[in-house]
Design a protein around this ligand. Structure first.
Ligand SMILES: NC(=O)c1ccc[n+]([C@@H]2O[C@H](COP(=O)([O-])OP(=O)(O)OC[C@H]3O[C@@H](n4cnc5c(N)ncnc54)[C@H](O)[C@@H]3O)[C@@H](O)[C@H]2O)c1
Length: 279
């Protein structure tokens, strides 16, 4: 573990991290960064992901206990929250980095969607945040001043055709974050979403057309696409005490993609494409 660049921003803080599958996962990078900054935390993922993923390696590297939990099952979520509270005596931060669309996996187009699968997309990718926070309220698991971050995507605001029903899931996720943010503020608890630019992870590369989305964003974003490690550093700031009054926000971490209209690079690439069409 590289402690050289630590600012001890999370010294003494206790957390719970959802969604680390392999070392490309954003949650995996967040766990490494949390350790670097002095936090202790519990890792969790779906039982099936624990069988096929590599979470034991991360557990060894960070000294974090792993507790299985399928976020679509409220009983499992309550058990997880209770166990994490018992382990740490209360949570100072939570990372929700969970998302999956069975419709995308099965390549169902948005206009011929399977509604049972759409329900699963929403349950896994959005309603799970509600479940986690409701369980935290029920179990009084969040410490005063805690910070909750869920990972979102700009598909919540704009249509990305291949992102299918995940566009809807992210819109719901952001709404749930805002709603809980308003209700937990009396304990100084913050709830935000980070809208991360396209990142080459297992979930990302499962989307048909992902490479095109990635390249387009890379050309349009003045600072280029953010890596998973850069996202992790941003999460650290939100978990830290340096952002105590930031809540109910959807924060774009996308190299400027969401604000830029067109870039010089994109104009150049399109001009080259036109030239090749003409010749
Ligand atoms: N990769 C990108 O381009 C990108 C961009 C913006 C936002 N995000 C979001 O970041 C988050 C993390 O994704 P990632 O890109 O690191 O990919 P990832 O595949 O590494 O992480 C997704 C995680 O969700 C977990 N998961 C799925 N179903 C679950 C269930 N029922 N119960 C518990 N866990 C479950 C998976 O096991 C996996 O660990 C997701 O919310 C994703 O939508 C990703």
């Amino acid at each position: 573990m590289n402690q050289e660049n630590s600012h001890n921003l999370l010294k003494g803080k206790k957390g719970l991290i959802f969604g680390a599958l392999d070392d490309r996962s954003i949650a995996w990078r967040v766990a490494i960064a949390c350790k670097r900054e002095g936090a202790d935390f519990t890792l969790t993922n779906a039982p099936i992901a624990l069988r096929f993923g590599a979470l034991d390696k991360l557990s060894e590297e960070t000294g974090a206990e792993v507790i299985p939990c399928d976020v679509t099952d409220y009983d499992q979520v309550k058990e997880l929250i209770e166990a994490a509270k018992k382990q740490h005596g209360g949570l100072d931060f939570i990372l929700h980095a969970v998302g999956m669309s069975p419709n995308i996996r099965k390549k169902n187009d948005y206009t011929s969607i399977n509604y049972r699968l759409m329900q699963q997309t929403l349950e896994i990718s959005a309603i799970s945040l509600h479940r986690v926070l409701q369980a935290c309220v029920e179990k009084e698991a969040l410490n005063d001043g805690a910070s909750v971050v869920a990972l979102s995507y700009i598909g919540a605001q704009r249509v990305f055709s291949k992102y299918s029903d995940m566009n809807d899931a992210k819109a719901l996720l952001e709404s749930i974050a805002r709603n809980f943010g308003s209700r937990l503020a009396d304990k100084e608890i913050r709830v935000n979403t980070i809208s991360q630019g396209p990142t080459k992870t297992s979930a990302g590369s499962g989307i048909k057309g992902f490479d095109a989305m990635y390249d387009f964003a890379e050309l349009l974003a003045p600072l280029g696409n953010p890596s998973a490690d850069e996202c992790a550093d941003y999460c650290i700031t939100l978990f830290s005490d340096l952002t105590r009054k930031v809540t109910m926000q959807n924060l774009f971490h996308d190299g400027g993609f969401s604000t830029n209209g067109i870039s010089e690079q994109l104009i150049y690439e399109l001009a080259e494409l036109n030239k090749s069409k003409e010749s």
